[in-house]
Design a protein around this ligand. Structure first.
Ligand code: 4AD
Ligand code: MG
Length: 462
């Protein structure tokens, strides 16, 4: 049976006979023997393989091997006399599956820029940094499921195609089966959606929250974890058109409970990743951002700061520096404001609550003075907003009023309103941007480098 290299590096014993499969990172030919380093993606480090010239087809096989070639090696583990590894593999047989022509193979031993690597998105996964990113990303996902499963949350699968705009921001991609050159028109010469696939306009979801609320009103505590889509034309290092979101929804819960859960949640994920990916996290700390490990410890060991939006505005007004965007009660916080609070002032994640009603979504619970809603955003150093959440409006009359005020059509939200008609309860939830979490965890500067195949304006390759 083929063994994974991570497991061999950790626990492989001298004299064990093993077979490995993977891709060659380096080859060094000496007189009478050669070294190759083989990586199978299970860990940052590869396994050093020694191939003596008495291995069958030595000359011919070696000629076909260069960086990027795929191989299978069987042999026996021996203690390594070289520096940097405990064991190495002494080959007895070697199979080359596929060559990688060194004249054209774009990945060389030197460091490549992340911009260049994005152009070869089908090969960049074979680099050290992207490998570390995707192992940490996997660990984050595993931690998320474990956290909620331990607490009795049901993982519910909310739809990707929807007819309602959860965030009310109109940043939706349309889903249609019409031939866009010739869509059917009605008497008013408008597009006749009754003839479209779903019989009315449909979109890719911006959030699974509204459907998660339906499920929470039956199973109390649920979460969704899936792709979401936003057609916002933001070409920044923190925006994707397709990103993954984790959205828990908790019945019988207010905003304080919501914040407590979100804080415990982030602490849990950071602890999990430090425990399961120490080598990759060490790599990020050394090569990407030397505050990665300190940040992780800071998250785990310190209470997050909690302030109201009104206090945040006061603090920003007092700041001894000029911001590009205006600071004024009623205006949304910009990323520079968020980063000032979390990165410079408090130096830790900062939860801002009770935002002005008019800048937040219709479903957030209205405060008694009606000026603010029970919203909370968690701002992370370097990233800005990483989580957005709220206590939901559970009162039918208030919710109806808010939908109308925001220019939305209550008829399309009939089922959402029904949840307030039948057995309504106070409830709350939040959405964690999964890629922003991975960025925060790894220190990676650009969100395009923490998702395998980024979708951004003008870019849908691979
Ligand atoms: O703050 P948002 O818009 O909240 C919601 O969608 C709510 N329905 C969540 C809920 O209460 N269930 O988005 C949540 C998070 C943001 O804090 C951010 O981390 C991330 O999603 N996010 C993005 N990540 C990458 N690219 C984008 N374009 C993003 N837009 C939001
Ligand atoms: Mg938000």
């Amino acid at each position: 049976m083929t063994r994974r290299i991570a497991e061999l590096l950790r626990a492989g014993q001298p004299d064990e006979t093993v077979t490995i499969q993977g891709w060659v990172r380096t080859k060094r030919e000496q007189k009478g023997f050669s070294f190759i380093e083989v990586n199978d993606g299970s860990s940052m480090a590869g396994l050093q393989v020694v191939i003596n010239q008495d291995v069958p087809d030595y000359e011919a096989s070696l000629k076909r091997i260069s960086t990027g070639a795929s191989v299978e090696v069987s042999g026996v583990l021996v203690p390594s006399p070289g520096k940097g590894q405990r064991i190495e593999l002494k080959a007895s047989t070697l199979t080359v599956y596929g060559e990688a022509d060194p004249e054209t193979y774009p990945l060389q031993k030197k460091r490549h820029s992340f911009e260049f690597l994005r152009e070869i998105g089908h090969l960049r996964s074979r680099t050290n940094t992207l490998g570390a990113v995707f192992r940490v990303r996997n660990a984050c996902a595993a931690a998320i499921h474990q956290f909620f499963q331990e607490r009795g949350f049901l993982w519910v699968h909310t739809p990707i195609i929807t007819a309602s705009d959860c965030e009310g921001a109109g940043e939706m991609f349309a889903v249609t089966s019409f031939n866009l050159k010739q869509p059917p028109l009605n008497d008013q010469k408008d597009i006749d959606y009754t003839q479209d696939f779903f019989g009315k306009p449909a979109y890719l979801t911006v959030s699974g929250q509204l459907e998660a609320e339906i499920m929470a009103m039956a199973y109390s505590n649920v979460y969704t974890f899936g792709p979401t889509f936003r057609a916002e034309n933001s070409n920044t290092s923190r925006h994707l058109a397709e990103f993954w979101m984790v959205e828990p929804e908790i019945a019988f819960c207010d905003l304080d409970g919501d914040m407590d859960l979100a804080e415990a949640f982030l602490k849990y994920i950071f602890s999990y990743v430090l425990e399961h990916c120490p080598e990759d996290m060490e790599f990020f700390n050394q090569r990407i951002d030397d505050s990665v490990l300190a940040t992780a410890e800071n998250i785990i060991n310190n209470q997050f700061e909690r302030i109201t939006y009104t206090t945040a505005i006061e603090l920003l007004e007092k700041a001894d520096r000029k911001f590009e965007y205006p600071v004024e009660w009623g205006l949304d916080l910009q990323s520079e404001h968020e980063r000032y609070l979390a990165e410079e002032l408090f130096k830790k994640p900062t939860i801002v609550t009770d935002y002005p009603t008019q800048i937040k979504a219709f479903y957030m619970r209205l405060s008694d003075d009606e000026k603010t809603v029970r919203a909370m955003d968690i701002l992370a150093p370097k990233i800005g907003e990483i989580i957005g959440g709220s206590q939901r409006e559970e009162r039918l009359d208030v919710l109806e009023r808010r939908i109308v005020q925001q220019g939305l059509d209550p008829a399309t939200y009939w089922w959402y309103l029904d949840l307030r008609r039948y057995g309504t309860v106070p409830h709350a939830g939040f959405g964690l941007g999964f890629e922003r979490l991975v960025q925060f965890m790894t220190g990676m500067a650009n969100i395009r480098d923490v998702i395998p195949f980024p979708r951004t304006p003008q870019n849908v390759e691979f």
